[in-house]
Design a protein around this ligand. Structure first.
Ligand code: FAD
Ligand code: DHB
Length: 393
């Protein structure tokens, strides 16, 4: 088998890229190790930057998001229960974000992939990459009990943090910058109306909490917890009590409780690998970088990566120029590091860390109070939250 681009992973990075390449007339195959239902069912991101919504529009897959997505022009912060609002639209000249679950994005992507006849192989086992530094790399895998292989011009690793692509790059050629936080987010989904129209990020002596949503009748709530916390120790009533204590009375009074139908813990981690390329292998999305979820940046960074990469591939196939492909890593990393910084900073000022003492908490509160009262500080938060602009070429 022969193709132009072999994509490993059918998460957001892999499917957005495959659709972009189709638009550019470039052939691809996508190899995904899980079942389609599993990929679509994963409850993850909820906040889309304008660049992500714009890309969905450009690809002709935004009709449902336009109907069902919730456009937010701002967000709320609560400091020890006392709230203030940050008006993104007013501070940034009209920018907004859209609350639309990653599983909905995945459904829209996979439906478009079906309609356009993209070649996506789900349940591809033992995916392996070889000849990555040669002219024609090879990808092999097993499916349906048989061995398969494809020769290609380029491989793109869109296989997330636990994928195989990153580990193909010789360690002496890859620099990793990592920060592990001794924290996780315990998240629930419940079919109850959200407590507020817009999100509430709450920094409290007891720890961080976040009130989010998926629709006018479905709420998504998170509380920070120790990394080794056991979900079984969090029956719904305990979760609701702790959430309400951290949100504070003003917000807690509007929380509707109900049975959760999803409950999971996600660890917090920062990671950037440089460069995002080796030979004919490119990395995109979580395969190359991870952010703690506080800034809602992970999915959106996967999108900016594949926009940049598709521009490079399109240029290569249209006139043979490698210039944009050669700049891919530097271009992507420039945006990635700014989002890393923002996610790290937003995490640092809102979470309770084990080693924190009373002085550290006072400094956190002072920083958040500064944001409450400073238009300049609110503008910096708003600009980063709605998403920094893409660079042109
Ligand atoms: P993934 O979504 O991880 O996709 C990788 C794919 O590759 C998977 O389908 C996997 O099965 C497949 N794969 C892995 N290994 C192999 C292999 N060996 N062979 C073949 N296939 C393989 N981001 C935001 O922007 N906004 C948010 O609000 C937000 N909230 C989040 C909340 C939580 C609780 C979590 C956990 C994450 C959140 N994120 C958020 C992050 C976001 O979900 C990820 O950044 C995003 O999914 C990255 O997309 P990706 O395609 O790069 O990787
Ligand atoms: C959601 C997740 C986030 O990481 C975030 O910062 C905001 C919202 C969510 O899942 O709704």
């Amino acid at each position: 088998m022969r193709t132009q681009v072999a994509i490993i992973g059918a998460g957001p990075a892999g499917l957005f890229l495959a659709l972009l390449l189709r638009e550019a007339g470039v052939d691809s195959i996508v190899l995904e190790k899980h079942k389609r239902a599993y990929v679509e069912g994963r409850v993850r991101a909820g906040v889309l930057e304008q660049i992500t919504v714009d890309l969905m529009e450009r690809l002709g897959i935004a009709a449902r998001a336009r109907r069902e997505g919730l456009v937010h022009g701002g967000t709320n912060l609560a400091v020890g229960g006392s709230r203030f609002h940050v008006d993104f639209a007013e501070l940034t000249g009209g920018a907004t974000i859209m609350v639309y679950g990653q599983s909905e994005v995945m459904r829209d992507l996979a439906e478009a992939a079906d309609q356009r006849g993209l070649n996506i192989v789900y349940e591809a086992e033992q995916v392996s990459l070889s000849d990555v530094d040669q002219e024609i790399p090879l990808v092999a895998w097993r499916s349906g009990g048989l061995e398969h292989q494809v020769r290609c011009d380029f491989i793109v690793g869109c296989d997330g943090y636990h994928g195989v692509s990153r580990s193909c790059i010789p360690s002496k050629l890859l620099q990793s910058y990592e920060r592990l936080y001794p924290l996780g987010w315990l998240g629930i989904l419940a079919d109850v109306p959200p407590c507020e129209k817009e999100l509430v990020y709450a920094s409290h002596e007891r720890g961080f909490a976040l009130a989010s949503m998926r629709s006018p009748t479905r709420s998504r709530y998170y509380i920070q917890c120790p990394l080794d916390e056991k979900i079984d120790e969090w029956p719904d009533e305990r979760f609701w009590d702790e959430l309400c204590a951290r949100l504070g009375d003003e917000t807690a009074g509007k929380v509707t409780r109900g049975p959760s139908f999803e409950k999971s813990i996600a660890p917090l981690r920062s990671l950037v690998c440089e460069p995002m390329r080796w030979g004919r292998l490119f990395l995109a999305g979580d395969a190359a970088h991870i952010v703690p979820p506080t800034g809602a940046k992970g999915l959106n960074l996967a999108v900016s990566d594949v926009i940049y990469l598709s521009e490079g591939l399109e240029r290569f196939y249209s006139n043979g120029s490698r210039a944009l492909l050669d700049r891919y890593s530097a271009r992507a990393l420039a945006r990635v590091w700014k989002a890393e910084r923002f996610s790290w900073w937003f995490t640092s000022v809102t979470h309770r860390f084990p080693q924190m003492d009373a002085f550290d908490r006072k400094i956190q509160v002072a920083e958040l109070e500064y944001i409450r009262n400073s238009r300049a500080a609110q503008t910096a938060l708003a600009e980063n939250y709605v998403g920094l602009p893409l660079t042109r070429h």
